[in-house]
Ligand binder design. Sequence first.
Ligand SMILES: [Ca+2]
Length: 607
Amino acid sequence: MSDTISLTINLSTAASLSRGADREPGLAQTHLAINHPRMHPISCAILFLLSLCIASARQPNIMIILSDDMGFSDLGCYGSEIQTPNLDKLAAEGVRFTQFYNNARCCPTRASLLTGLYPHETGIGHMTTDQGYDGYRGQLNQQCVTIPEVMRTAGYRTYMCGKWHVCRDIRPNGDKSDWPIQRGFEKFYGTITGGGSYYDPTALCRQNAFITPENDPEYKPEKFYYTDAITDNAIRFLKEHHSESARKPFFFYVAYTAAHWPMHAPEEDIAKYHGKYDAGYEPIRKARYEREKELGLIKPDWQLSDQAGVWDKVQDKAWEARCMEVYAAMVEHMDRGIGKIIEQLRGSGELDNTLIFFLQDNGACAEDMGRTDKSGKPPANLKPLGPNDLQTHIWPPMQTRDGRWVRSGPGVMPGPPDTYVAYGMNWANVSNTPFREYKHWVHEGGISTPLIVHWPKGIRASRNGKIESETGHIIDLMATCVVAGGAKYPAKHNGEKIKPIEGINLMPAFNGKPLTRKQPLFWEHEGNRAVREGKWKLVAKENQPWELYDMEKDRSEVNNLAASHARKVQELATRWDAFAQRANVLPLGAWHGKASPQKKRDERNGE
Ligand SMILES: [Ca+2]
């Protein structure tokens, strides 16, 4: 008989975190070797008790809550006048990151979030159209794994509600190999693509089947509103989890579409904000800027970037103010839903050991969707849709389920189902206070997101309400989930070689410890490109020269140092070139695409 008894124990992160330990992905299992014949009986007993204690600390549940098209300053706890008491409470009992980044757009952010890779490495360098190059196939490839695929190997149940938007084929009978159920989720309720009405979402599905708000036997609300549908189905999945497998941990991805256009919200929510924006952009933006400084989210010497829009010159002020009232209502409504999900977790006793992340998929959106009239002329023979008739349009021209023509353009007061309007660049500039640019661009206004992390069992109570300035990126969520859940990022999956993980474990920063990142962070979207290393950020718009900024002194990117720091520009540009070469980014401009029959079909199918 061997002298040694070997115990391999799945270490709970709570146990390891309480010692402030940092472990790399794949090292979540600790091997305890007990050399028992020569060991003192008391030592043996202590070690046995220790092992019981470690083994009984459960793997945490993990919930990633993502919102859509919101700016850095849109939550109360990030400086906003919009009421978000539930997210504010999560922040007060957790940690707020000030330098967390996404990929500037829906699809590439979701691809990175799910896989821990840069988007081009997953095949989603742009959106969900095949542009004719490997980095731009428009669907998750087989050389990446998703977080739920990995977490299942560690015993997790996996659920998703909300917007997917990382697959190419969205036809009811098309290829579904890259849909949520085929990419790791056991249960899915939500939309396969992006955009669409909140009252009648396009490509609404349960598991792999298309449904409509009227024909879904499993969800019959009094009034259908997509934000509520995501919340209600998430709560349902949580209840089912508790009754089916309460002893197992879960990974849950809740991807709200608020506050992406169109500006749709129930009238009673909008009413709360009536008059709030009548004085226009500037006072709200200045108030947010001051509040951000008070909260310690930004440094006092960071300037407020240029104001977009002059309120005095706005012709239809009532319409413009209404757009922001509806936007605020959409955000508050989502926050209320998040509150209900949190109450469900609290009620079932799971909240303390659930690692919750809240973040946004890109900066605020300046797109003018629905702000110029593209609704066209209503057809003469407009009829209500039948319960099984699918909403086939993501944007106008389109009709409501009850047979009304959907209106868009200046003066159309947004909110109800028969309207389709975005809130526009000038309010997006307010949302992104104090930063420059918007969704699509990789200046700070396009890629900066709040990140709230809440996990009472994994984050020391002394960190409650703290502001954390370590730099993080959505590629880091995979590594963090792997370590927190005691999983292993695989070298192979389904017989395919998997690309090495790009991100790092964020858990040290939860407890105030520095993060060590060996590589800079990189971005490319629509030819816009950036690299961030330490305090330096090199950034450029498509076909424009590099700009250099010192993020410690000037995160608003108003003082371009490229001319005076040519060597630093060259050094970082060389790093970016090497990244582009290795990560499937090239050829630069590939997002414009090659013409192909597939591309033409895809363009008919999605955003
Ligand atoms: Ca988005």
